[in-house]
Design a binder for this molecule. Structure first.
Ligand SMILES: Nc1nc2c(ncn2[C@@H]2O[C@@H]3COP(=O)(O)O[C@H]4[C@@H](O)[C@H](n5cnc6c(=O)[nH]c(N)nc65)O[C@@H]4COP(=O)(O)O[C@H]3[C@H]2O)c(=O)[nH]1
Length: 894
């Protein structure tokens, strides 16, 4: 291979000139020497050629005439010219032609020649880089020679130039992307980082972005997350489909969770082949948290609206708050109905043993963070549990769980009352951050809504199912409880007892002592009944003074049930203290048992009701078990009640009069008006049967008014007919007595009849007076002011208040006939009767005995100085006409 160095080439030319001279002058002598020299020179040329051919650059020598002296084979190679075409002496212009033909000229021939000549005219060496038409980059170093020729070296720097471009680009791109706060990266097809910016590197614990090069996601993330990233990127590399704005969650090197919105697009080369991917990820944690908080809030409010259980709502709230923060566990404690204890509300990520331990703590001035916050009604920030005095009693409790700070805020209702406390626990000794404080506001607001809503719902539910006065379940719950009890009894072969209870004198108390007293009475009776039964039994208030007790899971034995009901009856009958009154209230009980007395809730209730009515009919204060015939009686009673409503309008009532006789003179000085109902088909009905019904329904008021008018009218009629004036006594029921216009009714009756007030006496019962003494005395005083007299009926039957009796403006006491019946034989009755008589004497009241039937009774009364008597002994109640006859007769005989 030919290889010629420029310097050697010049020397070779000198030698050749010398040789030719020698040939002319002494050819023969010098032939041997010449040959030797030629050989020597050839050897040198070979050496020179070998050397020049072995250098990596292309080399060429040109003389001043632009003729090439020599070049090496690299030169021919660079410009893709066959070596044999580049013979010494070829002109630059010819070479340019060859290069144009080979496509290795950077420009047109003329332009190149002009360029080469301009370079050559320069005395200094010049280096330039030229882009060949074939895309290669050649660096040329041109050195002019003093004789006008030049030497040039040509080097193919295509690869170098490319990598330099790349390096330059890389360096500037790196600087650029490092300024960007988002993550930027380039990965190869194997998901290895080729480029990463500083933000990405820093968040993954690398000081320099370059430290990321060559790493993959498994070097940065937990395996599961890395697998996800890799799967997604491999998919992208395979499909060429970009991934746009995908939300991804990562945990950075410092353990903080971050939400990213990532975009990854395939990276392609000139051949449109995918050689990797370019990624950019924007930190959307704040936005995401705010979005989550908003949607979490909406979800919780929806849960509240949909009446989700409070525990679920609070747990969702706590989890939402925890998802917004790092290293925080939260809890909600609820203030108990007693207002002094905090109960567990929600604390899904606090240790269960810990939350169990603080469940039920009392609020107070130094009860940790929550107990104190609820007590003070203001936030309590404890930055170090281990040293704060508020935690003194709870420090050891919390120590095992490692919580070091606890901040609590009271949860308040819209009216400002404390509903509970919201707390955040951290294992670091610190104060809450701004974000944490903001979340407190959020949490207590939502928790407050949820708790208040729940309390309101509970209240509504309770009110719908319970009686507000007594707190007992009401009718709405009764059916449910009773049905359950029946199901249970059916399954296990047990009984259910349904007990209908009706307080005997509630209406009286309510009407005379007022509603407040009636309420106290009902509450007392209710709680006594509840205390007598098991917690599995149910005491229901149906309304008014009616109760139903469902005795669950009963032994099939009437005796057991009787014992239970009697126990309740005795408890109800205990005296009730109403202010200064000491009442004895009783109740009537009706019992129906499953399965004997009915298979359904409705039948059992109806039959227990019928039994209770029977108990009332039998004089109240007793227990009756259902018997089938009761139903027909009940039906009868119902019909009667309906007819009673029309009886007044139909004029079916009549008055009978029973004379009252002076025991000493035997003179009839008064008559008691006693009502009868003249029923069109049933005949004469006793007041004992319909007066209680009339009292229950309120019909007693118009009926009583009629009695008052009729009695006054009749008395005046007797007087007008010439009978000696006498008093007419009219019974006044408690309901009438309570009527605010009783006085005006009495005035009207007197006015309408023209009877003088002194001939009218009103009989009120002792129990009626005792129910509200002040009111009764005031009313009696008013009546007395009209001139009307008052007597106390049924005296001795109870409620005696001897001291109060002195203040009553009454004229007479009437010994109840129950004491008169057995007066001849019963020592107790004798004692009561004589006590009433002597009491009357002491108080200067007249005393009349009622129900006097026998001579013995008359004899006893006379002996004991009783003033007056009334009873069958003298006369039964008789009609008005018969009274006139009787008085005439007595007058005649007298
Ligand atoms: N066994 C027996 N009974 C005797 C004897 N003497 C009188 N009686 C009955 O005893 C009752 C006396 O009336 P009361 O104690 O005021 O008891 C009355 C009274 O509380 C009430 N009553 C009657 N009329 C009226 C009325 O117009 N208004 C109101 N509010 N109640 C009335 O009905 C109750 C019952 O009235 P009556 O059936 O008429 O019954 C009357 C009378 O018939 C006797 O010697 N032996």
């Amino acid at each position: 291979m030919v290889a010629k160095s420029p310097k050697r080439a010049v020397e070779t030319a000198d030698h050749l000139a010398t040789l030719s001279k020698l040939a002319v002058t002494a050819y023969g002598d010098m032939e041997r020497e010449l040959k030797a020299t030629i050989n020597d020179l050839k050897a040198q040329v070979r050496l020179f050629e070998t050397a020049i051919d072995n250098i990596s650059q292309g080399v060429c020598f040109f003389d001043a005439n632009e003729r090439m002296i020599l070049c090496n084979c690299r030169y021919a190679e660079i410009y893709r010219i066959a070596l044999d075409r580049l013979q010494p002496g070829i002109t630059l212009a010819d070479i340019v032609e060859l290069r144009l033909a080979a496509g290795t000229s950077p420009m047109t021939g003329d332009a190149y020649l002009a360029f080469a000549r301009s370079v050559n005219s320069n005395k200094n060496s010049t280096t330039w880089t030229t882009e060949l038409k074939d895309g290669r980059t050649i660096q040329v170093m041109h050195r002019p020679m003093p004789d006008g020729g030049w030497i040039a070296t040509h080097e193919d720097i295509t690869e170098l130039a490319a990598s330099r471009v790349m390096v330059n680009e890389r360096v500037s791109l790196q600087a650029l992307i490092d300024w960007i706060p988002d993550y930027l990266w380039v990965k190869d097809t194997e998901s290895r980082f080729l480029v990463a910016n500083k933000a990405l590197a820093a968040d993954h614990g690398r000081h320099e972005a370059s430290e990321m090069i060559g790493l993959n996601d498994f070097d940065l993330h937990a395996p599961e997350l890395a697998r996800q990233f890799r799967a997604c990127e491999q998919d992208l590399v395979r499909s060429g489909q970009p991934m746009l704005d995908k939300e991804e969650f990562i945990v950075d090197a410092s353990g903080n969770g971050k939400w990213l919105s990532s975009t990854k697009v395939p990276l392609k080369n000139d051949q449109n082949e995918i050689v990797g991917l370019v990624g950019i990820a924007h930190d959307i944690t704040q936005r995401k948290l705010a979005d989550d908080l908003r949607s979490g809030q909406a979800q919780i409010l929806e849960m509240i609206a949909m009446r989700a259980p409070l525990e679920d709502v609070l747990e969702r709230l706590v989890r939402l708050i925890e998802s917004q923060l790092t290293g925080i566990s939260s809890s909600v404690l609820l203030l108990d109905a007693d207002g002094i204890h905090l109960r567990h509300g929600a604390a899904p990520s606090l240790a269960k043993e810990y939350t169990d331990a603080i469940d039920g703590i009392r609020i107070g001035p130094n009860v940790g963070s929550c107990g104190t916050a609820a007590f003070r009604r203001e936030p309590v920030i404890v930055t170090d549990i281990m040293s704060d005095p508020l935690w003194e009693d709870y420090r050891e409790l919390v120590r095992p769980y490692g919580y070091r700070s606890c901040w609590s805020t009271p949860i308040l209702s819209h009216t400002g009352s404390v509903l509970g406390a919201f707390a955040m626990y951290s294992k670091a000794v610190r104060e809450p951050s701004k974000v944490e404080i903001e979340l407190f506001d959020f949490s207590v607001r939502i928790a407050g809504i949820a708790i208040e809503r729940k309390l309101a719902e509970d209240r509504i539910h309770f009110m719908a199912n319970h009686d507000t006065l007594t707190g007992l379940p009401n009718r709405a719950l009764l059916g449910d409880r009773l049905s359950q009890a029946i199901l249970y009894a059916k399954r296990y072969g047990r009984w259910v007892s349904v007990v209908f209870v009706d307080a005997d004198n509630f209406k009286l108390v309510n009407d005379t002592l007022g509603h407040d007293a009636g309420d106290v009475l009902l509450k007392t009776v209710a709680s006594r009944m509840v205390n007598c039964v098991r917690s599995t039994d149910t005491v229901v208030r149906l309304g008014g003074d009616e109760f139903v007790i469902v005795l669950f899971d009963q032994t099939p034995d009437v005796e057991f049930i009787t014992a239970t009901v009697q126990k309740i009856r005795a408890a109800v009958a205990e005296p009730v203290h109403l202010g200064k009154h000491n009442l004895r209230t009783t109740a009537s009980f009706g019992v129906a048992n499953y399965p004997g007395d009915g298979a359904t809730a409705d039948t059992l209730l109806a039959n227990a009701d019928a039994a209770m009515y029977r108990a009332k009919e039998l004089g109240r204060d007793n227990v009756q078990f259902y018997a089938p015939e009761l139903n027909s009686k009940n039906q009868e009673k119902f019909l009667l009640q309906e007819e009673l409503r029309n009886a007044l309008a139909r004029g079916e009532f009549v008055l009978l009069y029973q004379p009252q006789v002076d025991l000493r003179s035997g003179r009839v000085f008064a008559v008691e008006a006693l009502i009868r109902w003249q029923h069109p088909t049933l005949g004469l009905i006793s007041p004992m049967k319909f007066i209680p019904m009339a009292e229950e329904s309120g019909l007693i008021v118009p009926i009583g008014d009629w009695v008052l008018h009729e009695a006054c009218r009749q008395n005046k009629a007797w007087q007008d007919a010439g009978l000696p004036p006498m008093m007419v006594c009219v019974n006044v029921s408690a309901r009438q007595f309570k009527e605010p216009n009783l006085i005006s009714r009495v005035v009207n009756a007197l006015k309408d009849s023209g009877l003088e007030a002194q001939y009218l006496e009103l009989e009120v019962t002792e129990s009626l007076i005792m129910q509200d003494v002040d009111m009764a005395v005031a009313m009696m005083n008013e009546l007395q002011g009209l001139g009307v007299r008052i007597s106390i009926d049924d005296f001795g039957t109870g409620y005696s208040s001897l001291s109060a009796l002195k203040t009553f403006p009454v004229a007479r006491l009437k010994i109840d006939k129950s004491f008169i019946n057995d007066l001849a034989t019963d020592k107790n009755d004798q004692a009561v009767a004589s006590a009433v008589i002597s009491l009357g004497q002491k108080l200067h009241l007249r005393v009349i005995a009622e129900g006097v039937e026998t001579d013995d009774q008359v004899e006893f009364l006379r002996r004991n100085n009783c003033d007056e008597m009334q009873g069958y002994h003298f006369s039964k109640p008789i009609s008005a006409e018969n009274i006139a006859e009787l008085i005439d007769k007595v007058r005649g005989s007298g």
